[in-house]
Ligand binder design. Structure first.
Ligand SMILES: [Cu+2]
Length: 93
């Protein structure tokens, strides 16, 4: 029983560690042909990045043609070889 609890706690902390972090931002520019987007983003706690305007790569599953400059969005990122890719993005009302 004790071992079961330990296994459960281990799984739970792994889940918390991997739980997605949403970051809010605003679309500045969309570059659909290169699958990139420039966002003005808020502070990103997981990588301690200050608020700024910067380009991100975007996974091809995200329909960039639906985003326009000025759109308020929230998104999730992953770090790949030192560059940031957006893996999930949705508009905020
Ligand atoms: Cu940044």
């Amino acid at each position: 029983m004790k071992r079961l609890i330990i296994v459960f706690l281990g799984l739970f902390s792994a889940y918390v560690y991997a739980s997605p972090e949403w970051v809010n931002g605003e679309v500045v520019r969309v570059d659909q042909s290169r699958s990139r987007i420039v966002l003005k983003h808020e502070y990103i706690p997981s990588i301690k990045m200050a608020p700024m305007t910067m380009p991100f790569g975007v996974v091809k599953e995200i329909p960039l043609d639906q985003y326009r400059p000025g759109d308020k969005v929230r998104f999730q990122i992953k770090v790949v070889d030192g560059t940031l890719d957006i893996t999930t993005m949705e508009k905020l009302k």
